[in-house]
Design a protein around this ligand. Structure first.
Ligand code: PGA
Length: 247
């Protein structure tokens, strides 16, 4: 586990992009696990810049997103498919057919979750998984109480996550209450993981996940069990850490 504390979210994005770019250049058909939310945006902006500058090629890359709301079609402006197109895929030379986001409209979501797991396995697994962390310590939509061995499945969102995400919807009642999410067990199978965090509202979750016990109460604490995790944390989100980490 490597913890890197950086001054701000711009630096967080640049450090993460540099790390991912180095790995991508070393492996054609790189399988990148992606996340949504405000956290990865500085990373995506830097990846777009690198791609436009000819420094990083996405033409053979394959991506898998962590999660999607149940009941939102890909065309809905708050769907995670739409988010990925607008914030990354539309601006880089990636083959859209090689970008995967769970299907929130699948007629049988359970079958679709199993198929998603199979696709990841068939391709040989995820080389690098990008993660944010929720203010309640969740990773993807694995809310507190999720089994550390969980797989891709339909999950119910907690009140705190619905409240956090209501800022993107006209009314809190419009926020979907269920999502399809890769499980913690799925995430832990990635070859490498890059967890990003910025903002004072993440400081408690980051401290508990990094320096507290491994517990289902803090899903991100499960990352302590993974041998190759880079935590790239902006100062404000690192403010409650007690141990001496790299700066
Ligand atoms: P955020 O969400 O990036 O919008 O803060 C992170 C998360 O919930 O994983």
């Amino acid at each position: 586990m490597q913890v890197i504390i950086v001054p701000n979210k711009e630096e967080m994005g640049k450090r993460a992009a540099a790390l991912i770019a180095e790995q991508m250049r070393a492996k054609p058909q790189f399988v990148l696990g992606l996340a949504t939310g405000s956290t990865p945006l500085p990373l995506y902006q830097e990846l777009i810049r690198m791609n436009k500058a000819g420094e990083l090629d996405f033409s053979t890359a394959i991506t898998f997103n962590l999660d999607e709301y149940v009941g939102l079609p890909p065309t809905h402006d708050q769907s995670y498919r739409c988010f990925m197109n607008v914030n990354l895929f539309d601006h880089i030379n990636i083959n859209k057919a090689a970008t995967h986001v769970p299907d929130g409209m699948a007629p049988d979501p359970d079958v679709s979750c199993e198929a998603y797991e199979c696709m990841i396995e068939d391709i040989g697994g995820i080389d690098c998984q990008v993660l944010g962390i929720g203010s309640n310590g969740h990773i993807a939509f694995n809310e507190p109480g999720s089994s550390l061995a969980s797989r891709t499945r339909v999950v119910k969102l907690t009140k705190s996550t619905i409240k956090d995400n209501s800022r993107f919807f006209a009314r809190t009642e419009d926020v979907p209450t269920r999502a399809i999410s890769m499980g913690i067990g799925t995430v832990l199978e990635a070859e490498g993981i890059v967890l990003l965090a910025y903002g004072a509202n993440k400081a408690d979750a980051v401290a508990k996940a990094l320096e507290g016990p491994v517990t289902v109460s803090v899903p991100a604490s499960a990352l302590q069990l993974h041998p190759r995790v880079h935590w790239i944390i902006a100062e404000d989100a690192a403010s409650k850490l007690r141990l001496e980490w790299e700066r």
